[in-house]
Design a protein around this ligand. Structure first.
Ligand code: FES
Length: 177
């Protein structure tokens, strides 16, 4: 005949039952935590995935770069924001029949905004005096590469740009974000 459990055995069994219950509860939470944390792994959309309309091709005259703003959508872990300014770019046409090209306004040296200098016909960076020609090539200054060209295509008269940012301070053009 079995002996009745002692107080110590009862306490041990109660502790063991509680521990097993807690472990089972924790296991049940894991899928839920994964669901909640999942968006943290999702890449933030910065306009590279979707072409954004920035201008009409009629606005871009040969030799007269036009600065435009890329307005798109930004996702963070749990929030989606519409009509967010993602950045800006220069639209450039070298001749009447040449296609429009787009260059990021972000200087590849340390990220200042480059301006178009009508007098010299060059893009100048006000921070450390890098300068670039109409084709985006670096002419002088500490910039390790030319201006970052962005994908642009025409849909009728609309110009659409895939806006991206790139790592500063490196000779190689590396997308970030
Ligand atoms: S940030 Fe443009 S030259 Fe330094």
């Amino acid at each position: 005949m079995a002996e009745p459990p002692t107080e110590a055995r009862r306490a041990f069994l109660a502790t063991l039952t509680a521990a097993l219950g807690a472990a089972a509860g924790a296991l049940a939470l894991i899928p839920g935590l994964g669901f909640l944390a999942g968006p943290l792994k999702r890449a933030t959309i910065r306009g590279a995935d979707q072409p954004l309309r920035v201008a009409s091709d009629r606005e871009v005259q040969p030799g007269k770069p036009v600065r435009v703003i890329a307005v798109g959508q930004r996702d963070d872990a749990w929030l989606r924001l519409d009509h967010v300014t993602l950045g800006s770019c220069w639209l450039v046409r070298s001749t009447e029949i040449a296609p429009v090209r787009a260059f990021s306004t972000v200087c590849p040296h340390l990220g200042c905004g480059v301006d178009w200098n009508e007098k010299t016909g060059k893009f100048d960076c006000p921070c450390h005096a890098s300068s670039f020609d109409l084709e985006g090539r670096c002419l002088s200054g500490p910039s390790p590469r030319g201006l970052d060209e962005l994908d642009v295509h025409a849909d009728g008269h609309d110009l659409l740009v895939r806006y991206q940012r790139f790592r500063n301070g490196t000779p190689k053009k590396e997308p970030i974000g």
